[in-house]
Design a protein around this ligand. Structure first.
Ligand code: C2E
Ligand code: MG
Ligand code: MG
Ligand code: MG
Length: 292
């Protein structure tokens, strides 16, 4: 009967669900421990002005040095942290760590590039987001032009009233927002009119097959044309080959980011790359050796 098969299904699934809940509980306590014990660190990946060849910005990317499982990339724990309600603490840790780093770099006389921080939709929509951001900027004395926020296009899909207000406050504060992974979110694009949105970050999936794939060429050219007429600046992500670089530069894309220029680097390695006393503030187009 239906009833007994239901019971069978329950019996079959219960141990799995328990295991799953146990694993989730364990991950919650591991993430809390990671925040308390400094197991998180940031890598910084430069983005290059495609016309001048100068580094204009770096993006802060999170890494988790897990005591048993080694270095974990954000794709392995950010989505889980979001579903466990821990993303706000993690993103706030990242923001404050990036601000502390900016202040250290300023004191050491490093060039004043922009530092972009990835922010999840959950935190952006939280009522305490603006006060947390403002506190970090005050605590570390960071002027707004030094910070940018990256928000995925998917996150903009869930653009509620709270987020809309936040986006306007960001504009008043002078903080620019980049729409990350642009082209993958199937969204209404209404958010492109928000005043704080200043950058479109073209998703790597459209860059990978440039300049050979005619569809990707058409999509990227359309994004660049639209950005130009809206007064938005553009960054292409995931540039690994000289031919992609050449295509994007000629097509008028503003900035590029990818392994061709640099892997995401620990702060000390970025300092060696950018220190004007050691190397010119210009990246070679020869891919560096894999670091970290
Ligand atoms: P994203 O913001 O789109 O970052 C770009 C990702 O592509 C990074 O992966 C970067 O290491 C990788 N990448 C850069 N250049 C290349 C390239 O030339 N080729 C290839 N194949 N990959 C390249 P990562 O560091 O694993 O981060 C993955 C995603 O996790 C990020 O995507 C971002 O959405 C999220 N994330 C990273 N840090 C944070 C954070 O602090 N907070 C939040 N909420 N999300 C974060
Ligand atoms: Mg990003
Ligand atoms: Mg991206
Ligand atoms: Mg991406």
């Amino acid at each position: 009967t239906a009833k007994s098969s239901e019971r069978n299904a329950l019996r079959f699934y219960t141990p799995l669900m328990q295991a799953n809940a146990r694993q989730r509980l364990q991950l919650v306590s591991e993430l809390r421990r990671a925040l308390a014990n400094d197991e998180f660190s940031l890598r910084y990946q430069p983005s290059m002005d495609l016309r001048s060849g100068h580094i204009e910005a770096v993006e802060a990317l999170l890494r988790w040095q897990h005591p048993e499982r080694g270095e974990l990339s954000p794709g392995e724990f950010i989505p889980v942290a979001e579903s466990l309600g821990l993303i706000r603490s993690i993103d706030e840790w990242v923001l404050r760590a990036a601000c502390a780093q900016i202040r250290e770099w300023d004191r050491a006389g490093m060039p004043k590039f922009r530092v972009a921080v990835n922010v999840s939709a959950r935190w952006l929509a939280h009522p305490a987001f603006i006060s947390g951001l403002g506190k970090a900027m005050r605590d570390f004395q960071i002027p707004s032009r030094r910070l940018a926020l990256e928000i995925t296009e998917g996150a903009m899909l869930r653009l509620g009233d709270e987020t809309q207000r936040t986006m306007h406050v960001l504009h008043e504060l002078g903080i620019e927002v980049a729409i990350d992974d642009f082209g993958t979110g199937y969204s209404s694009m209404a958010y492109l009119k928000l005043p704080s949105v200043s950058w479109l970050k073209i998703d790597r999936s459209f860059v990978t097959s440039l300049p050979h794939d005619a569809n990707d060429v058409a999509i990227v050219e359309a994004i660049l044309a639209m950005a130009r007429s809206l007064g938005l600046r553009t960054i292409a992500e995931g540039i690994e080959h000289e031919a992609q670089h050449e295509f994007l530069r000629k097509a008028g894309c503003d900035e590029g980011q990818g392994y061709l220029y640099s892997y995401p680097l620990p702060a000390a390695a970025l300092e060696r790359l950018l220190n004007p006393r050691q190397t010119p503030a210009r990246l070679s187009l020869v891919p560096p050796k894999q670091q970290s």
